[in-house]
Design a binder for this molecule. Structure first.
Ligand SMILES: [Zn+2]
Length: 168
């Protein structure tokens, strides 16, 4: 069976001869579905009976199944980050103080340097934690939209094929 997915990164994904905005969209899709598609690839090649049972073929790349897999992975990554940021938020609302990243002594939430140990507080890490959450939400929504769109496309194709068969 030929493998329709491009596993290595190619700038000109739609083979139009040049890199355009359509390729950027395809890059994003290529990246987002990578883990899900890779799991499908693994099932198809290493557990063919199981893949056959689930009716998984190469045609499922970038589809609903891949979308769900990636969605679960994102949720699994988000959970500890959420817990971490919630813990800090709770601390801030409770007593306007946070723990120092290094010595764990109480310091003012906006403090740049710890009053006890003199360490710089890494505000960037806190910012990054929140930022990554927005990215995760965005990718989750994107995956749902693409998966739904692909599902409709596949449905349309099946219907077209059925019509063609009836006409023949
Ligand atoms: Zn400290």
């Amino acid at each position: 069976m030929s493998d329709p997915r491009e596993w290595g990164f190619v700038a000109d994904m739609n083979c139009s001869g040049s890199t355009t905005i359509s390729d950027v969209w395809l890059w994003f899709k290529w990246l987002c579905f990578y883990p899900g598609d890779y799991l499908l690839y693994y099932l198809i090649h290493s557990r063919p009976e199981f893949a056959a049972f689930l009716e998984i073929t190469c045609n499922n790349y970038g589809g609903v199944f891949s979308g769900i897999v990636v969605f679960v992975i994102i949720m699994a990554i988000r959970y500890p980050i959420d817990r971490y940021t919630n813990y800090h938020k709770k601390q801030i609302t409770e007593n306007q103080n946070v723990d120092c990243y290094y010595c764990k002594e109480k310091i003012k939430q906006n403090a740049k340097i710890c009053f006890h140990c003199g360490h710089y507080q890494k505000k960037r890490i806190q910012w990054f934690n929140q930022y990554i959450n927005h990215v995760a939400t965005f990718i989750s929504i994107f995956l749902l939209v693409v998966a739904y769109w692909q599902y409709n496309e596949a449905k349309k194709e099946r219907e077209d094929a059925k019509k063609a068969l009836e006409h023949a």
